[in-house]
Design a protein around this ligand. Structure first.
Ligand code: NAP
Length: 300
């Protein structure tokens, strides 16, 4: 297969590119700068110069691909906007009528603010918080393309970590732990952090790409861990011996804005659908291991 990957120079995209290549497929990567194009050539990809903000410029790469893996989503500070919708429209137009695969990267942010014990892909998203509505609408736009001869897949990763880095929530807490010399959590710390190793995420993209029956939304969680335990693990990693302190929600919001609210943690998120339909079985080291003994360990 020939696969067009957007965000191919990003944290998730780089891992996806490697996994797709290892599965024997050719990758064309979107590059918005000369430096990105060179990095892609170095990674064994064919670069396609363009920008998400210029949907027409994406068309030739989409037309030449059997599948698109779209990870450069919501690049305006994590908020999905009109440019994301226009870019996805261009991808759908180029894949329609030929069973082309479109894999959209969404996220568990669609459940932000859900104060229920458990969610899965059938949980109605009527109560989604205002800033996440365009993300949900983007998912629906992709899924509706199923009626136009596109195979639509939406992946919703949890908080990704691995290879010495992590998503914004983990990095924010780790920076706070390094500054304090011990772990930090918000509220009572009993909310859950839905985590996912980068390599397990990449494996899910490959499974969704290569299994022609894969379609629809897939939540992806390797392990759910209490926010309090995230703080304890970070404490061990930064030399704090496992001690942790709590911030109130108000203190967290004052310090980190809306992200602070997300650090309360969330519900248990099911990803059994990915196991049942994609044969996906996450096996990467846990976030706690990476923080204490692995690639995210900060203290000697
Ligand atoms: N990381 C996580 O924990 C996590 C969890 C759930 C969902 N997600 C979602 O996954 C997606 C990717 O996240 P990430 O962590 O891999 O992000 P990232 O490391 O910031 O990578 C972003 C990628 O998109 C490219 N890009 C940015 N703006 C662009 C534009 N206007 N046109 C073309 N390319 C553009 C960047 O290119 P340059 O190299 O040129 O900057 C880079 O390759 C996001 O939608 C994010 O919300 C992430």
């Amino acid at each position: 297969m020939r696969v067009f990957v957007t965000g191919a120079t990003g944290y998730i995209g780089r891992a996806v590119v490697r996994a797709v290549q290892q599965a024997g497929h050719a990758v064309v990567g979107l590059a918005r700068s000369e430096g990105a194009a060179e990095a892609l050539i170095g990674a064994g990809c064919e670069p396609h110069r363009g920008d998400i903000a210029d949907p027409a410029g994406l068309a030739p790469a989409v037309a030449g691909a059997d599948a698109v893996i779209h990870t450069a989503v919501g690049m305006g500070g994590g908020i999905v906007g009109d440019a994301d919708h226009a870019a996805v429209d261009a991808m759908i137009a180029g894949l329609a009528g030929r069973d082309g695969t479109l894999i959209l990267t969404s996220g568990l942010a669609v459940y932000q603010g859900y104060r229920v014990p458990f969610v899965d892909e059938s949980t109605p998203l009527d109560d989604v918080v205002e800033p996440q509505r365009p993300r949900v609408a983007l998912e629906e736009r992709v899924l509706a393309a199923g009626a136009r001869g596109v195979r639509p897949v939406v992946v919703r990763p949890g908080h990704v970590y691995g290879d010495g880095s992590a998503g914004i929530f983990t990095r924010t807490l780790l920076d706070a732990a390094r500054a304090a010399g011990h772990g930090v959590f918000v509220g009572d710390g009993y909310g859950l952090f839905a985590t996912l190793h980068l390599h397990d995420l990449a494996a899910a993209y490959v499974a969704a790409l290569t299994d022609a029956s894969a379609s629809g939304r897939y939540n992806l969680v390797g392990q759910a861990i209490a926010m309090r335990d995230v703080a304890t693990a970070m404490s061990h990693g930064v030399g704090g011996g496992g001690s942790a302190s709590a911030l109130t929600l108000d203190e967290a919001v004052e310090r980190w804005g809306p992200l602070g609210r997300g650090l309360l943690g969330g519900p248990m998120v099911s990803s059994v659908r990915a196991t049942a339909e994609l044969g996906w079985s996450p096996s990467g080291p846990s976030l706690a291991y990476e923080l204490i003994r692995g690639s995210l360990r900060a203290a000697a």
